[in-house]
Every structure is written in C-alpha cells, then in structure tokens.
Design a protein. Structure first.
Length: 138
C-alpha cells in the first residue's frame, strides 16, 4: 500500500480537516447499460460499511453536475441499501442513443468510468486513502 499522495495530503491540510479526496473507484465499482437516449449506471460499494458515506456524497445533483456538458433532461437516483448500491438513470445524455450518435464509445461502460473518477471526500483514516493509485477492490 502506498501513502496518500502529496496532493491528497495537502488538500486535507489546507481544508483544516482530517478528510481526504479520493476517486470514487477506490470505494465502489459500477455496472452500466444504455437504451436509446437513457444511461443507467449502478454504483456498488465494495464494503457494506461505506454505503452511508456514498449515500451522502454520490448524489443525483453531483451526477447531474458531472454530466452537465451533456445536458441531461433528468437524473434520478434509486437507493438499493440491501445490496449496498445506487442506480442512476440519466435521460438525454446519449446524443440520441448508440445507433443515432456520431460519438465513438460514449455510452454505457465508458460513461460509468466518468462517475468512478469523481472525487469524493473520505475520513483521513479510511482504507481507500492508502490504496494504490490504480484503485481497485480493497
């Protein structure tokens, strides 16, 4: 395991807190699909104890802001606490759908990685802070 990066430590120190920003992929993985102009992404916590943390930081508003450039018509979050997951449904972000869009590989799985790269704030002693930079399951 590696120590938190200098940027992560500096961010926590400058904020005057014991919290650190890490990419979401250190806490969760995702499954995605698309149908027409609708993107469906499930974010699944690696650890059940991280569900409450994810519930507070991975909101429909943050996902909408992340995809603002694609102008979503609606973003809905469905909570699935028994399996430690959230399902996000984003309408109008696929440029008409796979068959109509001129974009290469801008659907489903590719866009789920955008969500997983989103920075989230965790306590400084959280196991995700000391994970290798490549991420992956703790």
């Amino acid at each position: 395991m590696t120590e938190p990066s200098k940027t992560e430590r500096t961010a926590a120190e400058s904020a005057g807190t014991d919290h650190v920003q890490v990419p979401l992929h250190r806490l969760a993985h995702a499954r995605a699909g698309d149908k027409g102009d609708r993107l469906n992404v499930s974010v699944i916590a690696y650890r059940a104890e991280d569900y409450a943390l994810l519930k507070s930081v991975v909101t429909a508003e943050r996902i909408a802001a992340l995809f603002a450039g694609r102008k979503p018509r609606a973003v809905q979050r469905y909570e699935l606490p028994l399996i430690g997951a959230f399902n996000f449904v984003l309408d109008g972000v696929l440029e008409g759908g796979v068959n109509r869009s001129l974009s290469l590989d801008s659907h489903g799985k590719t866009l789920s990685f955008r969500i997983l790269s989103m920075p989230v704030e965790v306590p400084g002693d959280h196991p995700a802070v000391n994970q290798k930079q490549s991420g992956g399951r703790p």
